[in-house]
Design a protein around this ligand. Structure first.
Ligand SMILES: NC(=O)c1ccc[n+]([C@@H]2O[C@H](COP(=O)([O-])OP(=O)(O)OC[C@H]3O[C@@H](n4cnc5c(N)ncnc54)[C@H](O)[C@@H]3O)[C@@H](O)[C@H]2O)c1
Length: 314
């Protein structure tokens, strides 16, 4: 093998085998190393052409500077908030993601959380396991005929729209771009964030984590919401202000909330512990993409995009 010219790809977070296979089949020298210290990482990247990460590896400017041959960073997932994307671009390094590969799985869990909160599914299950029959305690609300507010209608949000439409909901959307197709097919009404929060019975968040979306929904915004509204966050911690949600829930200004993502993962702060322990809150440990289908699709799509860039570079 002409080792001198072998293209080297390093994988620093666990990746499904079928993604690794795509990289190997392309003829690359693929190194999988998922245990490393920050110092190790700086030396590991020194001679690589491609880097594949999930969310755990923080690709800082320091890491990018240490990777002098790097041409592409593949994020096996969607949010790129663990990568210094602007610095990578400055250095001529491409950043690719898994695109819409996990979108169905995330959209489905957003509804799972909404349903679980609206119908007290977790609480009802817990009470059954305690051998109780609390039929009267669990009066929920129906989705059909209600208003769903979708904050961010990209790959995931647009799938949420499709599900909501099938459930007979009226759909309000807030985004920086309005897709005509969603208006025509599902009757989506694009409104301001304020209007969405005022009118929606259920709110679900699907925007990326950016400086502009940090605390996008905080105290002031939650104050606009209906008293019996439910909000879920499956996008990123820090977009929905958890402390503001906690206060609204304990003061009876909001009915319930669901979280898959947190400003601190795993959550350790007092406020997050208090929030998670509320019966009106349903929580999952960042598992929206944790399905066999999403994991495989994410690994393959990211790997294919990395291959394309490295082949085009040759
Ligand atoms: N919980 C999980 O495991 C999980 C899995 C996948 C993705 N995510 C999160 O979900 C987010 C959305 O994923 P996606 O695939 O739908 O992304 P996407 O890029 O397809 O869609 C994001 C949408 O948000 C809109 N947007 C961007 N900035 C905005 C702003 N300031 N105000 C209003 N709208 C804005 C965009 O126009 C776009 O329509 C990701 O960035 C990621 O953080 C979480």
């Amino acid at each position: 093998v002409g080792c001198l010219f072998l293209v080297k790809v390093l994988i620093t977070d666990p990746l499904e085998d079928n993604g690794i296979e795509v990289l190997r089949k392309a003829g690359f020298d693929v190194v999988v190393k998922t245990e490393w210290s920050p110092e190790d990482l700086l030396s590991l990247v020194s001679d690589i052409d491609g880097l594949v990460v999930r969310s755990r590896t923080k690709v800082t400017s320091e890491v990018i500077d240490a990777a002098s041959q790097l041409k592409v960073i593949g994020r096996a997932g969607v949010g790129v908030d663990n990568i210094d994307v602007s610095y990578a671009k400055e250095k001529g390094i491409n950043v690719v993601t898994a695109g819409d590969a996990p979108a169905d799985s995330v959209a489905e869990i957003a509804f799972g959380l909404l349903l679980s909160v609206a119908r007290s599914l977790s609480e009802a299950d817990r009470s059954m396991k305690e051998e109780k029959w609390d039929k009267k305690r669990f009066i929920g609300s129906q989705f059909s005929g209600k208003v769903l507010g979708v904050v961010g209608v990209g790959n995931i949000g647009s799938r949420v729209v499709r599900i909501a439409h099938a459930m007979g909901m009226r759909i309000l959307a807030y985004d920086v771009v309005a897709h005509e197709e969603l208006k025509e097919r599902f009757g989506v009404e694009y409104v301001s964030l304020e209007e969405l929060l005022k009118e929606a019975d259920f709110v679900t968040i699907h925007v990326p984590f950016l400086p502009q979306t940090r605390n996008l929904i905080s105290k002031k915004e939650i104050a606009l919401m209906k008293k019996d509204a439910i909000i879920v966050n499956t996008s990123r911690g820090g977009i929905l202000d958890e402390e503001a949600v906690y206060e609204a829930l304990v003061e009876g200004r909001l009915r319930g909330a669901g979280f898959d993502v947190y400003s601190e993962e795993p959550p350790k702060s007092e406020i997050l512990k208090k929030l998670i322990s509320l019966p009106s809150v349903v929580c999952t440990p960042h598992i929206a993409s944790q399905t066999n289908e999403a994991q495989e699709a994410v690994a393959v799509k990211t790997a294919e995009r990395v291959v394309k860039i490295l082949k085009d570079e040759k």
